[in-house]
Design a protein. Structure first.
Length: 194
């Protein structure tokens, strides 16, 4: 339980957050999402600050200070198909509007901080459906955009109990991706397990 009496206090742990502290790191302790701040500098949105504990196959040191092209560099077709749309969408976000989107992938093992090199192709670790819940909101004073990323993992074993044809549906979903998209998501080695 939390309560506010001057500051925010988590009663069970005794952790106290000073509400006047402008610190991103302190803020990130209170929510399960990773937080990225995008600021518009000239015509570009730049990743200027972040607290990232659960990245999906990327490292903050390669993205911080970068524009959207740097951030989305590995995404197939980003510049040709998505760049203009993403820039327009970010420019139109206002303080009252929350944008919500989802992204998915499949991984071996249930680590929140995920990179495929942690689980080589011959790994016997189980498959997990990884979903990113992404939110974007503009801050009223700085006009920066807060990009929140929350990771949800569920094992294929659990999903198959609820959805008997789950593996067939996933196989069909993967088959509909082109080779570049499959490579980007690291799904080529997964196909043999379906």
């Amino acid at each position: 339980r939390y309560f506010r009496e001057g500051n925010l206090l988590h009663q069970h742990s005794g952790i106290e957050w000073y509400l006047d502290a402008p610190d991103l790191a302190a803020s990130s302790l209170w929510i399960p999402e990773d937080i990225c701040l995008l600021q518009q500098l000239g015509d570009e949105h730049i990743l200027t600050a972040a607290s990232v504990c659960s990245p999906s196959n990327w490292q903050l040191r390669h993205k911080i200070g970068g524009n959207l092209n740097v951030i989305h560099d590995p995404v197939p077709g980003y510049e040709a198909r998505l760049q203009e749309r993403v820039n327009r969408m970010l420019s139109q976000i206002n303080e009252q509007k929350l944008i919500l989107r989802f992204n998915w992938s499949i991984q071996r093992g249930n680590e929140l901080c995920w990179r495929p090199d942690l689980y080589p192709p011959d790994s016997n670790d189980g498959l997990y459906w990884r979903v990113e819940r992404q939110t974007l909101r503009r801050l009223p004073i700085t006009r920066a955009i807060v990009f929140g990323i929350r990771i949800y993992l569920e094992s294929f074993a659990q999903l198959e109990k609820r959805i008997p044809a789950f593996r067939q549906q996933i196989r069909k979903l993967i088959d509909n991706l082109d080779a570049k998209q499959r490579g980007y998501k690291g799904l080529d080695s997964i196909l043999t397990l379906l």
